[in-house]
Design a protein around this ligand. Structure first.
Ligand code: NIG
Ligand code: FE
Length: 395
């Protein structure tokens, strides 16, 4: 079913008060257009739902261009992290930043998402790692959601790394996450989901289980960074806990895929981070789709392992390295992603009753969106029926 896009060849859409009232053949819509309606002519181009990017880390201070350079010279992501760089380096900068400056830096990324055709993003905290700094990031997400046209869905990721000052007493940090951070986040309704970076050298299966169980008791949905750099059993843990998604999954084996299937968990695949880390092992998307899983594609936008807001790049990598067809990739980055964020009835497809979040891509065959890579295809982007981005020129 991921290959069925329900394309209307000569289509039109009627939008009222920001939501889609009707969608169908132009011959049916055109006669009901009144003189005072605003008409947007897509000029025989592809019109698609705005992309839903269901895994991003978009609020952080500074960049990691210095580490990028070191990696070009041969250092690995894990070596840099072991030396106090990596996530911990972004944590130092993010702690030093004010809420205002974080919002200011992140507005730039918000604009990047929009110009790539993304209209909803899931946004994780995880670069604060103190009660106040994690809340600061989630408040920045809230402010960005209110101030920018982009829709943000907040996820608490206090268990992204053990902060430096807790390196000799990790139990105390885990207690802080469970006993102080999670209750504050839930009480202030600053996140809909909780996530843990479950990985060798970061959080163990047992620690991840405790943190996520605590989150679940507070009513948060669960997502999980699972089996990214090694087969640590994250997919099976996600299944055991009834998570909504298991993300990354580069090392997940057949047993892990079967576990996801039996618990109805959506895999969120992040090929841009595989690419940007210079790795060669992509997740087994073909097996996952063929087994019946509702696969999601996302960017993993973050300053370390995936510095790109381009879901278009993820679509390209999905075809070239993961053997997904363009139609499957588009489904994965729109409707499947929307369902993974609890917004399947709200966005992710162009259907009556949903919000009018749509993109006019500068092409007439939808497959070009995944095929020509390194091109920003969107000519214009609409959220709630309002134009939020338009490229200044087109051929
Ligand atoms: O999804 N895996 C953990 N977190 C991020 C990396 C974050 C960073 O390097 O800053 C990821 O790849
Ligand atoms: Fe991530």
């Amino acid at each position: 079913m991921m290959r069925e896009l329900s394309i209307i060849e000569d289509g039109a859409m009627l939008v009222r008060d920001g939501s889609i009232e009707r969608v169908g053949p132009r011959s049916e819509i055109e006669p009901i257009i009144k003189a005072d309606y605003d008409v947007v002519d897509a000029g025989w181009r592809v019109v698609m739902p705005g992309f839903v990017d269901a895994h991003t880390h978009p609020v952080f201070a500074g960049t990691r261009v210095d580490e990028y350079e070191l990696r070009a010279l041969g250092a690995t992501y894990q070596e840099i992290a072991a030396r106090g760089g990596g996530i911990r380096s972004t944590v130092r900068h993010t702690r030093a930043a004010t809420l205002e400056s974080l919002v200011k830096e992140s507005r730039r990324y918000s604009q990047w998402f929009l110009r790539n055709g993304t209209t909803t993003v899931e946004a994780k905290s995880g670069y604060g790692l103190t009660v106040e700094d994690e809340l600061k990031i989630l408040r920045a997400v809230k402010q960005l959601n209110e101030e920018t046209p982009l829709r943000y869905v907040p996820t608490f990721l206090g268990a992204h790394e053990i902060p430096e000052e807790y390196s000799e007493r990790r139990e105390d940090y885990i207690a802080l996450v469970i006993e102080e951070m999670l209750p504050r986040v839930a009480k202030e309704k600053l996140a809909e989901y909780a996530d843990v970076f479950c990985e060798i050298g970061v959080f163990t299966i047992e620690e991840s289980r405790r943190i996520l169980t605590g989150a679940r008791e507070l009513g948060l949905g669960l997502r999980l960074h699972a089996d990214q750099l090694s087969l640590s059993g994250g997919a099976r843990l996600a299944a055991e806990l009834g998570a909504v998604t298991a993300d990354h999954l580069e090392h997940t084996d057949a047993d892990g895929i079967a576990a996801l299937l039996s618990s109805g968990i959506q895999p969120v695949l992040l090929p841009c981070s595989v690419y940007a880390l210079g790795h060669t092992r992509y997740p087994a998307a073909r097996e996952m789709i063929d087994s019946g899983l509702a696969v999601v594609l996302a960017t993993d936008f973050n300053p370390g392992s995936s510095p790109t807001p381009s879901i278009l790049m993820a679509l390209s990598l999905a075809s070239t390295h993961m053997k997904m067809t363009p139609a499957e990739s588009i489904t994965a980055a729109t409707i499947n992603a929307a369902y993974s964020l609890g917004r399947g009835d709200f966005v992710g497809s162009l259907e009556a009753g949903k919000r009018a979040d749509f993109v006019i891509h500068d092409c007439s065959d939808y497959r070009e969106v995944a095929y020509f890579f390194g091109v920003e295809h969107p000519l214009a982007v609409f959220i709630d029926g309002r134009e939020v981005f338009r490229r200044s020129s087109s051929a």
